[in-house]
Write a new protein. Structure first.
Length: 314
């Protein structure tokens, strides 16, 4: 059912295999690259954040620039991220106590170490989804919607998210699950997820173009210092890139090439390389800086002794 998308080779020995599926769309929107089951449903995890941000913006949340980028991102908990989340909430008359995401340590190691040295523990504002949650609360405040229940799938905001995802993907999202941050999570086919990515990257105007442009202009708010999504957007001008938990990744160019990746073992270590391989197969122009991000070394004794290689076999 699932082909091998990448192999981990150490000193010439194939140590591990990553199975999964890839859906790739040509600039005209046709399915032009496929590996595995691209019609099966996946839980898109944090690749849905740009579309959740789009729903918040369309609902009237006053988001722009860095604030819109962090709403569409999975930030690493650095100080500038937390300050931006605080600003979004403050302008809505709210605070960190209104966030319903779980406490977490920053993903950025230096930020986490600083908290430990200061005697602090995990917090909701350092959770990588707090930007999205702050944007959801800002949309609620703008509309007079309840803030305590903003994560309920029946809440007007979440109904708007579902409609936005359906419009972007060209299909009805199902099933409804709960994401790691507590927000409703709507399933899509891998092809539908690629269509959604393409719709965002090629938007000519309106809220969708605003989200894409914010991500492009402020990639450090989509991820963080050294984050793979951040670095790929910097290396591939005009691209929109967003990863999610459990081995999911979307990447789309402004010209309309789009890929959606799902690695079934849940590991993200090969997803960037797989996405770049698919984009290249679709005819996208891959810069040398972007191509370098697809070279993932396997280390032994602190030095490269192999690599993660994208495969085209069964």
């Amino acid at each position: 059912m699932y082909p091998v998308l990448a192999e981990v080779v150490r000193n010439g020995f194939t140590e591990s295999l990553h199975y999964g599926s890839v859906a790739g769309l040509a600039p005209d929107g046709t399915l032009a690259y496929r590996r595995g089951d691209v019609a099966g449903t996946v839980l898109p995890r944090s690749t849905t954040k740009p579309f959740q941000a789009l729903a918040c913006l369309a609902a009237g949340a006053p988001l722009a620039g860095e604030r819109l980028a962090i709403a569409a991102g999975s930030h690493t908990g650095e100080d500038f991220h937390v300050k931006t989340v605080a600003a979004i909430l403050a302008d809505a008359g709210l605070g960190f106590d209104d966030l319903r995401c779980p406490p977490s340590w920053p993903e950025d190691e230096a930020s986490r170490d600083a908290l430990v040295r200061a005697g602090h523990g995990p917090s909701v504002q350092h959770m990588n989804c707090s930007g999205k949650h702050a944007a959801m609360l800002a949309a609620c405040a703008a509309n007079g919607w309840p803030t305590e229940s903003y994560l309920d799938p029946g809440h007007p905001l979440q109904q708007g998210v579902r409609t936005t995802m359906a419009d972007s993907a060209g299909e009805s999202p199902a099933p409804v699950a709960v994401d790691g941050c507590g927000a409703p999570l709507f399933g899509l086919t891998l092809t539908g997820l690629a269509r959604a990515a393409r719709s965002l990257a090629t938007a000519a105007g309106g809220p969708a173009r605003a989200v894409a442009d914010a991500m492009r202009a402020h990639p450090e708010y989509v991820g963080g210092t050294g984050h793979a999504n951040t670095e790929l957007m910097r290396a591939l001008p005009g691209a929109v890139v967003k990863g999610g938990a459990e081995g999911v990744l979307i990447a789309a160019t402004a010209a309309g090439h789009a890929v959606a990746v799902k690695v079934v073992d849940g590991s993200p270590r090969a997803t960037t390389a797989i996405a770049l391989h698919a984009l290249r197969a679709l005819g996208a122009d891959i810069t040398p800086a972007a191509a370098a991000l697809g070279d993932v070394p396997v280390l032994g004794g602190g030095r490269p002794v192999g690599a993660i290689r994208v495969t085209e076999g069964n």
